[in-house]
Design a protein around this ligand. Structure first.
Ligand code: KG4
Ligand code: ZN
Length: 350
């Protein structure tokens, strides 16, 4: 049975994993760089690239040792080849090329977003194509029709900030440190979302796109007006999270309405770092139930960046006979659906 070594280094997690075609994660290691970046309130690309370069080789060795395997036991080496911080992506991809070349195994260059998009299938063997995927990570917020490996139809994207970015900026405004998403969620649980009025950008608009920049600015204004208004930081966090969830639900409902009867989707699926948010998962599960659709969300550890999802995407591609040449490039931008028309009003984003 196929076993793939996966490598992830596109942002601030250095990770390696061994995944078998029967969906068993044989071993995995994730080294977070949170402490290195915390003083700066965000990921510093140069620090990230150096940390990946220092940590990746020992981490791969430890992953193989945990599984009681050597490189010769592996069928292919898969690595994130983009999109992401290019220094880190190059460290992971070049390492994968060296390992594949030295052991005479196929190399598989994985789009990080494809790793997220297929991760629900690693967790749930019954999940069939096509499914509607809400992909919510640090830099992204997209609705994708996942029709098969390599076949992604982007129905919507953010015209400005990613959803995770909005959580992280809210955390920064509230002095909660980095990474912000989990901290905002924890604080929001103790607050009153109705105590602070915040906008819901693009709510009700015809195309299912997202926008979070205005919400972030409103959080900033709410914080500045806090002393005179008498609400707490927890209230601001709760109001922000509720506004973000309201937008996500409205936009996803709009996308569901736009899927014609010729496409029978199997499930509503969420993936990416923000999919770890429990309140968001609960709201999405209710939306799926409203549409008589199963709701699929990977376990929390598979939502945030990890190498098991990269190895799994490698398993899916290798099973289709796909691999990549040793001169394949590291790509800072790499849209999942290159044919998608730019969203009206959007800046240039992957
Ligand atoms: O997918 P991911 O690990 O990395 C990217 O590819 O971007 O996503 C990271 C993002 C960060 O912005 C982080 O704050 C957010 O996911 N995040 C959360 C939660 N856990 C992580 N956002 C909201 N609630 C959470 N529980
Ligand atoms: Zn990610």
């Amino acid at each position: 049975m196929i076993i793939v070594l996966g490598i992830e280094s596109s942002c601030d997690e250095t990770a390696a994993a061994l995944v078998r075609a029967d969906r068993t994660i044989l071993a995995q290691h994730i080294a977070s760089q949170d402490e290195a970046h915390a003083p700066y309130g965000g990921v510093v690309p140069e620090i990230a690239a150096r940390a990946h370069a220092e940590r990746l080789a020992p981490l791969i060795a430890a992953t193989l040792a945990d599984a009681g395997m050597v490189l010769a036991d592996v069928d292919a080496v898969a690595a994130t080849a983009g999109p992401g911080l290019i220094g880190g992506v190059m460290v992971g991809l070049v390492t994968a090329k060296a390992l594949a070349m030295a052991s005479d195994k196929p190399l598989i260059a994985i789009n990080h977003l494809e790793g997220h998009a297929l991760s629900p299938r690693l967790a749930d063997p019954s999940l069939e194509y096509p499914y509607l995927l809400l992909l919510v990570s640090g830099g992204h917020c997209q609705l994708l029709l996942v029709e098969g490996v390599g076949h992604y139809r982007r129905l919507a994207t953010t015209i400005d900030d990613g959803l995770g970015e909005a959580f992280d900026k809210t955390a920064k405004i509230l002095g909660l440190g980095y990474p912000g998403g989990p901290a905002v969620e924890r604080l929001a649980a103790t607050g009153n979302a109705r105590a602070v009025a915040l906008p819901r950008p693009l709510l009700g608009s015809a195309e299912p796109h997202f926008s979070f920049a205005g919400l972030k600015s409103a959080v900033m204004r709410a914080k500045q007006a806090q002393v005179s208004s008498g609400y707490s930081d927890a209230d601001i966090a709760a109001a922000f999270q509720q506004a973000a969830i309201d937008c996500v639900i409205d936009r996803t409902r709009r996308a569901l309405a736009g899927i014609g009867p010729e496409t029978s989707i199997s499930a509503l699926v969420v993936a990416g770092g923000v999919a770890a948010n429990t309140a968001m998962r609960t709201a999405l599960a209710a939306l799926a139930a409203e549409h008589d659709l199963p709701f699929v969300a990977p376990p929390l550890a598979l939502c945030t960046d990890n190498a098991a999802m990269i190895a799994w995407a490698g398993v899916e591609r290798l099973a289709l006979g796909q691999n990549d040449p040793f001169d394949c490039p590291a790509r800072p931008r790499w849209p999942l659906d290159p044919d998608a028309a730019p969203a009206r009003g959007a800046g240039v984003k992957a």
